[in-house]
Write a protein that binds this ligand. Structure first.
Ligand SMILES: [Zn+2]
Ligand SMILES: [Zn+2]
Length: 263
């Protein structure tokens, strides 16, 4: 269910307008109008803080601990990597900033998705941009593709949080962004589904809107806010690979713990 927080409705409108106008003059007016408190902890924001999120909340993110699997970025457990086993062979690497839930991350993601706090995408993308991908991924990645929302959900929300993250990440990495995927059919919300049901739910749900020449030979990085079982990302990657992409990597802000992960 989509929840719209109408209490923050007034600032929503302003925040969204800024995304489109983004003029320096307007920005300073906005800074004057918006309450200068952290959206997560209500602490007063200082000069060194981001516009919406304080540095303390950023420091409290429950980062994925080291050592990590070089391919999927999941904290390493002894033996083979179970997280990797779920990934299609053409997926090169996956990286995520922090556990969700954990620290303020759950609230950050929730406010970005459901309460219109689109400005949170900036500090999130900043953390994502710093993730340590294998060198070949950093050198090769040549297209960022956001995981698409269902059309009805996009209309209701007015924006796709993954696209916001992809655009900001694209600016930081100097990589172009394209909305290369569409949802072919509505899928059930994944929250209450078992891993097997999630796979069946999203299999074949995505299609690429680019022709084969545009994707041919590319190393595409799929962008999403949170990865849980990777069923959605895998379905997106499969559509891109079928559409001509050579290799696909994933980047997300949050990652759900799998069974057996340490808190
Ligand atoms: Zn804070
Ligand atoms: Zn792995």
């Amino acid at each position: 269910m989509i929840r719209n927080d109408h209490q923050s409705g007034a600032s929503n409108g302003v925040v969204r307008t800024v995304k489109t106008w983004s003029s320096v003059a307007f920005q300073s007016t906005l800074d004057f109008l918006l309450p200068r408190t952290c959206v997560c902890c209500d602490a007063a924001l200082g000069e060194s803080d981001n516009r919406v999120l304080c540095t303390l909340c950023v420091s409290r993110l429950a980062r994925l601990p080291a050592p990590q699997c070089a391919r999927c970025g999941h904290p390493r457990s002894p033996g083979s990597c179970r997280w990797c086993e779920a990934l299609p062979a053409f997926v090169r690497a996956v990286r995520s900033v922090c556990w969700v839930p954990g620290g303020p991350a759950g609230e950050i993601v929730h406010k970005l998705k459901y309460s219109g706090w689109t400005a949170l995408a900036e500090p999130m993308a900043e953390q994502m941009a710093r993730l340590n991908f294998p060198l070949d991924v950093t050198e090769e990645r040549d297209l960022l593709v956001p995981v698409p929302l269902a059309a009805a959900r996009a209309r209701e929300r007015g924006y796709n949080q993954s696209e916001l993250l992809a655009r900001l990440l694209g600016e930081r990495w100097g990589v172009p962004v394209q909305e290369a995927l569409v949802r072919r059919r509505a899928t059930e919300t994944q929250t209450r589904l078992t891993p097997g049901d999630r796979l069946r739910n999203v299999a074949g749900a995505f299609a690429t809107v680019l022709d084969g020449r545009e994707l041919a030979g590319r190393h595409v990085v799929l962008v999403d806010d949170v990865v849980t079982t990777a069923a959605t990302l895998n379905a997106c990657a499969t559509a891109l690979h079928a559409g001509g992409a050579r290799i696909i990597s994933y980047v997300t802000f949050g990652r759900a713990r799998a069974a057996g992960d340490m808190p």
